[in-house]
Design a protein around this ligand. Structure first.
Ligand SMILES: CSC[C@H]1O[C@H](OP(=O)(O)O)[C@H](O)[C@@H]1O
Ligand SMILES: Nc1ncnc2[nH]cnc12
Length: 294
């Protein structure tokens, strides 16, 4: 297949992927600084694949300090078209049990301390994130996880919190009972929004590690419990990525129904004569398709 390049952003507990042919760690710089770490590139099941450990190898970066813009910009610079996030989450639903994967289809963004857009003063853009994940990539990711033997839930609302502390009991109950969230994590926002601005296909597989703090039989969240579930899930995550790569290599996805690759078509609001030339140049790697400087 031509043109498809898959990136995997590995969350907590996933700092590497195995089996890449010709694997090498590449250092990448972007106009928004360095990404979380070097990026592993190679081929998997016949597909060009990149891997970026979101928190860096050894997990030095807390969720607030992850350089989300640099991460997405670096992947775009490497020619990535499709991004799969693999993340640890707490569950608000009895049936979404530790060990299960939830293929997220909606987000509630409660993060407050992160740069959330590539488009600043001098070039304003408003993309739609009504449908924040690529429906086609999400369906493929769900099928890949099922083929790896995982219990998969198709669809779910991911509440992105700032962290790094876990939620209070009152917050946990509110997110679950009043807000209708299904899972909670600290990283998929603004990542998904930035991926949309960069016209990348983005999907998120949320690996349930705990029941947050609402569940009467499970007590509080404990990082040690999370670590244990993550260790058990590592093989499932790797098998999911391998199956997804094989699927993408075997069937050329056309334009997706979500419109990820054309998100900027009608998004730029600043008139050409009012644009900041320096920002226009800075954005060439993200928005060159519509700015004409890509
Ligand atoms: C290890 S528990 C909290 C931590 O794990 C998740 O990270 P990621 O989404 O990168 O897997 C969660 O969002 C928190 O950052
Ligand atoms: N309960 C939880 N809250 C926020 N992020 C998480 N990551 C894993 N479990 C979590």
């Amino acid at each position: 297949m031509t043109g498809v390049k898959l990136a995997v952003i590995g969350g907590s507990g996933i700092y590497d992927i195995e089996g890449l042919e010709g694997a090498s760690w590449q250092t990448v710089e972007t106009p928004w600084g360095a990404p979380s770490d070097a990026i592993l590139t190679g081929r998997l099941a016949g597909l060009d694949v990149c891997f970026l450990p979101r928190h860096g190898r050894g997990h030095p970066l807390p969720p607030t300090e992850v350089p989300y813009r640099a991460n997405i910009a670096a992947l775009k610079q490497l020619g990535v078209t499709h991004v799969l996030s693999v993340s640890a989450v707490g569950s608000f639903r009895e049936e979404m049990a530790p060990g299960d994967f939830v293929v997220v289809d909606q987000f509630i963004d409660r993060t407050v301390n992160r740069a959330k857009t590539f488009f600043e003063a001098g070039l304003v853009a408003h993309v739609s994130v009504a449908h924040p994940v690529c429906a086609d990539l999400a369906a493929r990711a769900g099928a890949a996880a099922r083929s790896a033997g995982v219990t998969v839930h198709d669809g779910g609302t991911y509440l992105a919190m700032e962290g790094p502390q876990f939620s209070t009991l009152a917050e946990s109950r509110m997110y679950r009972e009043s807000w209708g969230a299904d899972v909670i994590g600290m990283t998929n926002m603004p990542e998904a929004k930035l991926a949309r601005e960069a016209e990348l296909h983005y999907a998120s597989v949320a690996m349930v590690t705990d029941y947050d703090s609402w569940h009467p039989d499970h007590g509080e969240v404990d990082v040690n419990d999370i670590r244990r579930v993550l260790a058990a899930n590592g093989a499932h995550a790797r098998a999911t990525v391998a199956a997804l790569a094989a699927d993408l290599a075997g069937a050329a996805p056309g334009a997706c129904a979500t419109g990820c690759a054309t998100a900027l078509d009608h998004a730029l609001l600043t008139r050409p004569e009012a644009r900041d030339p320096a920002l226009v140049a800075k954005l060439s790697g993200i928005a060159g398709r519509v700015l004409g400087n890509g």
